[in-house]
Design a protein around this ligand. Sequence first.
Ligand SMILES: C[S@@+](CC[C@H](N)C(=O)[O-])C[C@H]1O[C@@H](n2cnc3c(N)ncnc32)[C@H](O)[C@@H]1O
Length: 399
Amino acid sequence: MAALRRALALPAGAAPGRRWVRALRRSPVRVLPPRKEEAEERRSPAERGPPPPAVERGSAGPGLWYEKASPGDKSLGKVVTVAKSRSFRDRHGKVLLEGHRLIRDALEAGAVPRALFFSAALQLRELPPAPLKGARLVRVRFEDIKCWSDLVAPQGMIGIFSKPDHAKMSYPAAQLPIVLICDNIRDPGNLGTILRSAAGAGCEKVLLTKGCVDPWEPKVLRAGMGAHFRVPIVANLDWESVPSNLPSGVRVCVADNKDPGAQAEAEPTPRGAGSSGSRSGSPKAPVKPKRGAAPREHEDEEGAEGVCTSELAAQYYYENWMQSPAAVVVGGETHGLSPDALHLAASTGGKRLVIPVVPGVDSLNSAVAAAIVLFEGKRQLQRRRHKQEDERQKFPVVG
Ligand SMILES: C[S@@+](CC[C@H](N)C(=O)[O-])C[C@H]1O[C@@H](n2cnc3c(N)ncnc32)[C@H](O)[C@@H]1O
């Protein structure tokens, strides 16, 4: 039991599940006698010193001791499988990170490693050594890591970290005063791609409402390509707590695929029979949903007393909307924008931003829509800054 607990970097006394117990029974990992080991865990890494002589060990630098897993040790593979599960993340507040680059990014941002499995001591030397001193380091065969890995090209390194707390991490300075809000994004590939775009645009932060896929799921991490350590992510928010995570005076806009300008053009037109397909009309008029029609997010669930979301004006995304600070909501793959998102936008004087698409195409992928709107926000901001700079140069303040 203690062996698996140690491998999963769980505190002494943590109650492991049945799967772990089964894994432990088959574990040939060599450990200290349990009681002694648990006392050992309570000591600081500095007090602990090198691993006990019962464990074959090596050194990757001053004070950096690692254990060598014995050949044929199957238990570590199980450890990795368990550590990939959502229940492990939720119950123990730990996440699994794979790949040298991602692990280095995590360490540099201040994430706390608990256990690290690696295949070459050289790789370990390329990581910042200080945070590693508190972690259990285990050298395993590259072949084993390849078996456990989810990557197409495994990099020989897998780590178990405390689930990063955005408030305690350090990120590159934001370059775009936009908070992106993900409203029920369920697909891991989409969420990872959205995070990557938000990090690429230099967003302030990303809020994930309850119902979004867990950002620490391996597929999200994979698609995120390191974005998790470049932009703060606040997950699992209910809509009541979204406003307290936004800057004051923010205007919340929503990316909306329901283009009112397109409604009049529902009939398909043969290719070449008219313009390029994009609409010339403006979507600006607020849309009032018809009573009795299929429930649409614009309907006000709170009745006449609530915020009238049907009054949320629509405009094309390339028309001016960017003001600092801003927030943008992108809707989920299946249901699109939630009534809560529309309420929040209406209550902050926000707009619906429509990316026009050709007739017959219902919507874009949520990650694509998010990227288009974010980078357009960035373009508008830069254009305004350049204009202000030009004006300053044309009319310098004398005095
Ligand atoms: C796949 S779409 C949602 C489709 C959903 N079945 C619906 O009809 O609402 C996911 C989200 O991407 C964004 N989106 C997709 N296409 C868009 C467009 N043309 N303009 C603006 N946002 C768009 C919206 O936020 C939308 O809620």
